[in-house]
Design a protein around this ligand. Structure first.
Ligand SMILES: NC(=O)c1ccc[n+]([C@@H]2O[C@H](COP(=O)([O-])OP(=O)(O)OC[C@H]3O[C@@H](n4cnc5c(N)ncnc54)[C@H](O)[C@@H]3O)[C@@H](O)[C@H]2O)c1
Ligand SMILES: [Zn+2]
Length: 279
């Protein structure tokens, strides 16, 4: 932020200036936040260079910076004026980062329907091998699901909350691990956690989690993790941010999710044991 503060007055110009955010979701989030707040808002173009940036972070207008107290605690809504994604840049993306993006694509497929899950399952190997057609199809799936949701609920008054599937535990795990896991890895574990919690609460059949874990495993993402001790204090921060109650986005089945606000501590701990099993 201090660097942004030094650069902005000379580079971004006045109110008619703008920022081009060229990079991954981290760059997009910080540059987007600066564009949202500098002179109370200047123009923004997102040029995502990671799969996660293209599939998720550049869509929907959320910008944020992490602070010591937790992830994304400072942020603003600021829609980009344009998004340019050139799939060719993904050729240099490390495989771990490609997998990270696939976590958000998997999330979108699960939010959508069985056909989307089946389509993604069929194409995962090709995506990981760098097949541009398969990557474009995966991106299109994610963009249609996320774009469809945020266009109906741009400010997260309701429906948009569904996109937090895997993120209550995911964000906490990401922060508690001092960001040593990628965002996608944390979300993968968070989705397994949410599904295990849904099982414990008898909301979902025990067949859903194996389908999710199969997809995540084939995307080279973790499905188990040792949750650091500090994870619960980060989970509770999410509670503070939302009127005193945790809001878990839990699957009933593929394509059907519920917001649950009264999960017991016993259920939360039981779901943690499932995620930690054989980690
Ligand atoms: N605003 C949103 O709606 C939203 C949504 C999802 C995630 N996010 C945020 O996005 C962040 C993660 O973004 P990310 O996964 O893109 O990670 P990232 O931006 O941290 O980039 C990951 C790594 O890849 C490198 N990199 C980027 N493009 C490359 C390329 N083409 N070739 C080689 N290396 C490249 C980067 O230098 C970095 O080391 C998280 O902080 C997450 O919270 C925001
Ligand atoms: Zn995410």
């Amino acid at each position: 932020m201090s660097t942004s503060g030094r650069i902005l007055p000379t580079s971004a110009g006045g109110r008619d200036g703008g920022i081009i955010a060229l990079g991954g979701g981290s760059v997009g989030d910080v540059a987007g936040f600066v564009a949202a707040t500098y002179l109370r808002g200047i123009r923004l173009a997102q040029v995502p260079t990671t799969l996660l940036g293209m599939a998720d972070a550049s869509i929907g207008g959320k910008t944020a910076v992490d602070i010591a107290a937790g992830k994304n605690l400072v942020g603003a809504f600021h829609s980009p004026d344009a998004v340019f994604a050139d799939l060719a840049v993904l050729a240099t993306l490390p495989p771990r980062q490609l997998s990270s993006g696939l976590a958000e694509v998997t999330k979108c497929a699960f939010l959508a329907d069985r056909e989307s899950v089946a389509q993604l399952a069929r194409s995962l190997e090709s995506v990981r091998a760098g097949d541009l057609g398969a990557i474009l199809a995966a991106l299109t799936l994610a963009a249609e699901v996320k774009g469809g949701i945020v266009s109906q609920d741009p400010r997260e008054a309701g429906l948009r909350e569904l996109l937090n599937f895997g993120h209550t535990m995911g964000h906490a795990y990401e922060a508690a691990s001092a960001y040593r896991v990628t965002h996608g890895e944390a979300v993968a574990v968070g989705m397994v956690y949410a599904t295990a919690l849904a099982e414990r609460l008898a909301l979902t059949a025990p067949t859903v989690r194996p389908e999710l874990e199969d997809l995540l495993g084939r995307a080279a993402l973790p499905t188990r993790a040792r949750l650091p001790k500090g994870v619960w204090s980060f989970v509770l921060q999410d509670k503070k941010a939302r009127g005193g109650k945790l809001r878990w986005i839990l699957p009933r089945r593929i394509g059907q999710f519920s917001v649950v606000t009264d999960a017991s501590e016993a259920a939360l701990r039981a779901a943690a044991r499932i995620v930690e099993r054989a980690a």
